[in-house]
Write a protein that binds this ligand. Structure first.
Ligand code: NI
Length: 185
């Protein structure tokens, strides 16, 4: 099932999401729906709060970046209850977008490397270090679990300049090709 994507203005995007256990209701189905929703919207990652679920899960398929980083061809992972243990390296900027912020793209600076602990869909625990594109996507998705959006990393001037666009998103005056859930309508 494809979920509508919650967009800017919805309070669920500003909550700190809750950890879950293996007994979370219909978890396999929820995960399947997250993947389906992400692919339908042409996203590289999707966090549960973006479909209205305030729980600590995100999914990432970074295979679209395999042209630049051949190791990513098979990169498709579910992160449950992730904890970023360390961020290292020089922050570097790259243009980011977000399914919850349709039609906005901005340069965001993030540290180069992350060390992350998480559980997979079988609640097996992993501790891994990532760099490059995946480190960026992980940090973006992880932010969603903390109630943070990429626009929060911009200068106050950039944010001011985006105010009109943000208001339009909150009012549903955007038309991405995927279905959205509009907070103020
Ligand atoms: Ni996002």
């Amino acid at each position: 099932m494809i979920y509508p994507v919650t967009v800017y203005g919805d309070s669920v995007l500003r909550k700190v999401a809750e950890p879950i256990g293996p007994d979370y209701p219909n978890l396999p189905e929820v995960l399947e729906n997250l993947w389906e929703t992400m692919y339908h919207a042409d996203g590289v990652g999707l966090a549960a709060p973006q479909v209205g679920l305030p729980i600590r899960i995100f999914v990432i398929d970074a295979s679209t970046a395999a042209d630049d980083e051949p190791g990513l061809q098979e990169f498709k992972k579910t992160f449950i209850n992730p904890v970023i243990l360390e961020r290292t390296g020089e922050p570097w900027a790259m243009e980011e977008g977000c399914l919850s912020l349709p039609e906005i793209r901005e340069d965001v600076a993030r540290p180069e490397m992350v060390k992350i602990r998480y559980q997979d869909e079988n609640f097996k625990e992993f501790e891994e270090v990532y760099g490059g594109f995946v480190a960026r996507v992980i940090q973006h998705e992880y932010d969603h679990l903390e109630g943070i959006l990429f626009i929060d990393h911009l200068s106050s001037l950039r944010r001011k300049l985006l105010r009109g666009k943000l208001n339009n998103i909150a009012k549903g005056k955007v038309q991405p090709h995927y279905k959205i859930k509009v907070p103020l309508r």
